[in-house]
Every structure is written in C-alpha cells, then in structure tokens.
Ligand binder design. Structure first.
Ligand SMILES: [Zn+2]
Length: 85
C-alpha cells in the first residue's frame, strides 16, 4: 500500500531579471556546498571512502539547488504588460 504525500505549493510571478538573480544564487550556493563537501573533515576521515553526514548533506543540498535551477530554466516564460488593455 502506498501513501500519497501532499506537498504544499506556492505560486508566484517573477520577472526574467529576478529569475537570473535566483539562478545565479542557486549556482553560487551549489558551488559553495560542493566546495564545503570537498573539505573532507576529521569525521569524513572516520568514514573511509565516504563523507560524514554533514558533508554528504552538502552534496544533497547542492543537487537540490541544481534541480531547482533546472526547473527555473525550463519554466515557460510569458509576457504581460502592466496596465495593458
Ligand atoms: Zn566531513
């Protein structure tokens, strides 16, 4: 038996300029998280061939940022003129 999980969604409208800012932030964030994961701390050294939980989570978060960026890049654009009749 499977249980459906409902995830709340939010609809918002952003300009193409704001999308560019969001994409830049997501790319910067993903790069930062991957750099952190490459730090290979003492906890990582206790897990031969693996990353510690914190650094593994950094990679997961970087992937989440990449996924969201891909969704933003793939989102269809529309144009609307403010006040147009
Ligand atoms: Zn670590």
């Amino acid at each position: 038996m499977t249980t459906a999980i409902r995830i709340p969604t939010v609809r918002l409208t952003v300009t193409s300029v704001q999308v560019d800012v969001l994409l830049a932030a997501l790319h910067d964030g993903a790069e930062y998280r991957r750099d952190r994961a490459a730090g290979y701390c003492l906890d990582c050294q206790c897990e031969p061939g693996k990353l510690c939980a914190d650094h593994a989570r950094d990679l997961d978060t970087a992937d989440d940022y990449d996924d969201l960026a891909a969704e933003l890049e793939a989102a269809p654009a529309s144009t609307a003129l403010d006040g147009a009749a």
